[in-house]
Design a protein around this ligand. Structure first.
Ligand code: NAG
Ligand code: NAG
Length: 499
């Protein structure tokens, strides 16, 4: 029988144990336990994955200020410049901007306006090897929703997420834009709206931001209020073309150009040189993109965005990145990139298994190192025409040297997941790691004893899957509760020139 007396004795024992363990005024660890570290060498430099240090979530049924279910927010994340602060009590505070893709579209695309949300966070890194309970683990990254910014077109019209079956002719400095499906049952006055399936996000110091999409695939520039000011159209080789015409829809693959629903998943910037990088999820159709066994040679593009008044920023460089493949030789598409320094970026490549998928067991989810220092720059070459594949049927042209790809941080590392009460594979429950990780944000730790250390944030795209959802006023039940999960890793990125 559990009496007050037993409880009191237990309490005394706990206090005693805590005193013995803590010792006389031992300072809190300021780094992950060294036994967790794993390193790789790229370009002569040693990059260290020091381990998972925090976990957080936004519940699957959480509603934002517009009334919609908050979901898909790991499609892109970015840390608000200047917001990250090391607090005297050992916590770190800051602001994340998170950008969903195109709403709950499991049963067809919906009329979802482009947007991003502000989440404030408190990061309390867990550095030792002990295993936290799932509830305690959620205290390591506490997330608080603040506000939503909705995206509009020039002139104030709202954007949508409906499949892009229409094309607006190029006009006043803008390229041909993807338009919403005119067949969809929507009010007439809202026809001919720009449609967006947003996947990448870069925040500028001046408050404007870049956002990359899957339909175009384009890179859009918005002002601080969310109004569109510029659009970058990629080379002809990437624009989706069917029967000689631009064809932005995502349901079917075009004849050439980006594959359906495999657009600019990755977007990042080198602020020192004003170079904006975008990467396709997998190869273009002419480069083998219609077959998973042939689609590994994807394209990384570098634009000069130093002059904000230039309507069409110059394509400075374009490289071929060889994506990893699974044991069956199927390409693992890339969902995000993040610039590190010099000729090195991080790329997130993964399978589709995990929470939210029929298969709970993931075999690969990596945030990896891409070194393009020795890669051939094909920008402006014949390969920028859809008529000249650079990797026909997945065989790379002999004249082209690709970037190198090196696995770095595995998001499904069972030792690290277990420290936060998480797991990979069955059982399917709230502690199963999500399937679709699609974002990266880096921020310098600011630790003088480890000056090259960064916190690496990543979040999942839960596809708005919840049993208690609402989208544009319509309640829905997706049959499963799939939270928006966040992970924070600590990594050493030597030679990084990130601010
Ligand atoms: C440390 O201080 C910050 C800022 O006041 C606060 O948000 C955070 O909760 C504190 N952390 C702990 C562990 O008390
Ligand atoms: C689930 O995915 C894993 C990893 O790719 C694979 O080994 C396994 O065969 C898959 N299971 C099923 C039932 O498809």
């Amino acid at each position: 029988m559990f009496t007050m007396r037993t409880a009191f004795r237990t309490l005394l024992v706990s206090i005693h144990v805590a005193t013995v363990l803590a010792g006389p005024l031992l300072p809190r660890a300021s780094e992950p336990d060294p036994s967790l570290a794993q390193s790789v060498t790229v370009g002569g430099r040693t990059f260290v994955n020091k381990g998972l240090v925090a976990f957080g979530l936004i519940p699957s049924n959480f509603r934002e200020s517009t009334g919609d279910t908050m979901g898909g927010i790991g499609s892109a994340i970015a840390i608000q410049p200047g917001s990250f602060v090391a607090q005297p009590n050992g916590s770190y505070t800051g602001t994340l901007i998170v950008q969903p893709d195109r709403g709950f579209n499991v049963d067809g695309t919906v009329d979802y306006q482009g947007r991003h949300h502000q989440l404030d966070f408190v990061l309390n890194p867990h550095y030792d090897t002990s295993a936290l309970e799932f509830t305690a683990a959620q205290q390591t990254l506490q997330l608080t929703y603040k506000v939503t910014t909705l995206y509009t077109e020039r002139g104030g019209g709202t954007t949508t997420g409906l499949d892009a079956t229409g094309v607006r002719d190029a006009q006043s400095g803008f390229p041909s834009d993807p338009l919403a499906d005119p067949q969809m049952p929507i009010p007439k006055k809202e026809d001919n709206r720009l449609t967006l399936d947003l996947e990448g996000l870069v925040l500028n110091e001046d408050g404007t931001f870049w956002s990359s999409d899957e339909y175009g695939p384009y890179i859009y520039h918005f002002d601080a209020s969310g109004a569109l000011i510029q659009a970058i159209q990629p080379p002809d080789a990437i624009i989706p073309i069917t029967d000689g015409d631009i064809d932005f829809e995502s349901e079917n693959d075009p004849d050439t150009g980006r594959a359906g629903n495999k657009g600019f998943e990755g977007l990042t910037i080198d602020k020192a040189t004003s170079t904006l990088y975008a990467m396709l999820q997998t190869a273009t159709i002419q480069d083998g993109g219609n077959k998973k066994s042939n689609s590994r040679y994807t394209r990384l593009l570098a634009y000069d965005v130093s002059s904000p008044t230039t309507v069409t920023p110059a394509l400075k460089a374009e490289y071929i990145v060889p994506l990893p493949q699974d044991s069956d030789g199927k390409t693992l598409g890339s969902s995000e990139i993040a610039w590190v320094g010099g000729d090195i970026i991080l790329a997130l490549a993964r399978d589709g298994s995990g929470h939210g998928d029929d298969n709970a067991t993931s075999a690969y989810k990596g945030i990896d190192l891409v070194d393009f220092s020795s890669a051939t720059n094909i920008a402006g070459s014949k390969f920028d025409s859809h008529k000249n594949a650079v990797a026909p049927k997945g065989k790379l042209d002999k004249s082209v040297t690709p970037a190198t790809y090196t696995p770095f941080v595995s998001l499904i590392d069972t030792t690290n997941l277990a420290r936060f009460g998480l797991h990979n594979g069955d059982p399917v429950d709230q502690t199963l790691i999500d399937a679709k990780w699609e974002s990266i944000a880096l921020v310098r730790v600011g630790d003088p004893s480890s000056p090259d250390d960064f916190f690496l944030f990543t979040a999942s795209d839960n596809d708005f899957i919840t049993t208690d959802g609402i989208m544009i006023g319509q309640p829905y039940n997706a049959g499963l509760d799939n939270d928006n999960q966040f992970l924070v890793w600590r990594v050493t990125l030597p030679g990084s020139t990130l601010p």
